[in-house]
Design a protein around this ligand. Structure first.
Ligand code: PAF
Length: 281
């Protein structure tokens, strides 16, 4: 497995692979790799002949500098996981190289996809995500890229970016991976303090309760209202949103109108750690 730090070296390495007619697949990450990332790599290995993984904690997508500064950094174990999973090349760039100087992000507007829920709670977050993903796509020029469905809104934003600016690239969404107790895997989970995991687990159990209630015929808003109350009742859970949405538009569903492929989405802060989760209704 090659580890490359400069984008000029990466361009050369990939030119050689393309010359050999290898199909380049791309798994962008911010490191602190876990089983969720491993599942993206495994999917990539099935679909392409050469897998590039990037590890870059992108400063422009953080709306809180504390969150950026405390973002877990575990490069040695990340490289070990990447090697074990059969990644061909790991790209670990510096911000100046990715951004050609100072890191900055252009304002982007994809309607509710960028302005609702995560966009409203974290103003500027999607500007940073779009900026860095566009830059990484241009640097790596993959035929296919792989993203997790755990960050559902991010995935849909990136699908939109792909449609508008990279129409020949395939974007593959890979299913959310949970720990055995149900907690959605996230690099941030290692920051959940001891004794708070049970509170974090309520996020998933309330999602499942709401899903079951809707399947049993309850109106969407009734099912969500009950679970919101349960979460709000826990002093260690700071609920940000709990809603049913159309993933293509991020319009909210109300009543029993659940045509299409509605998702339940939730975000909450537990022990200072912001967690998100979702499930298909
Ligand atoms: O999901 C992530 O890890 C990041 O938001 C991404 C897509 C790698 C962009 O920095």
């Amino acid at each position: 497995m090659e580890v490359i730090r400069a984008k000029s070296d990466l361009a050369l390495a990939l030119k050689n692979r393309r010359f050999l007619r290898m199909e380049v697949g791309f798994v962008p990450t911010m490191g602190a790799l876990h089983e969720g990332h491993a599942s993206l790599i495994r999917r990539a290995k099935k679909e392409v002949s050469f897998v590039v993984l990037s590890i870059f904690v992108n400063p422009t997508q953080f709306t809180d500098s504390g969150d950026f500064n405390s973002y877990p950094s575990t490069l040695a174990s990340d490289l070990e996981l990447a090697r074990e999973e059969g990644v061909d090349l790991v790209f670990v760039p510096q911000a100046e190289d990715v951004y050609d100087g100072e890191a900055h992000a252009k304002r982007m507007d994809y309607g509710r996809l960028t302005s609702a829920f995560e966009g409203r709670k974290r103003p500027g977050h999607f500007d940073g995500v779009i900026e860095v993903v566009r830059r990484l796509f241009n640097i790596v020029q993959p035929s296919t890229s792989f993203f997790g469905e755990k960050d559902l809104q991010q995935l849909q934003v990136i699908r939109h970016l792909g449609k508008v600016e990279f129409p020949s690239m395939k974007i593959v969404g890979c299913g959310l991976i949970r720990d055995a107790d149900g907690l959605a895997m996230s690099s941030r989970n290692i920051r959940i303090r001891e004794g708070f995991r049970d509170h974090a687990l309520k996020i998933n159990s309330c999602l499942m309760e709401a899903k079951n209630a809707i399947a049993a015929g309850f109106r969407v808003e009734e099912a969500l209202a009950l679970q919101r109350l349960i979460l709000e009742d826990d002093p260690h859970v700071e609920l940000e949103y709990f809603a049913a949405v159309d993933p293509d538009t991020f319009e909210e569903y109300v009543g029993q109108e659940t045509k299409g492929r509605p998702f339940l989405i939730v975000a909450a802060v537990v022990s200072g750690v912001r967690l998100i989760d979702n499930c298909l209704l």
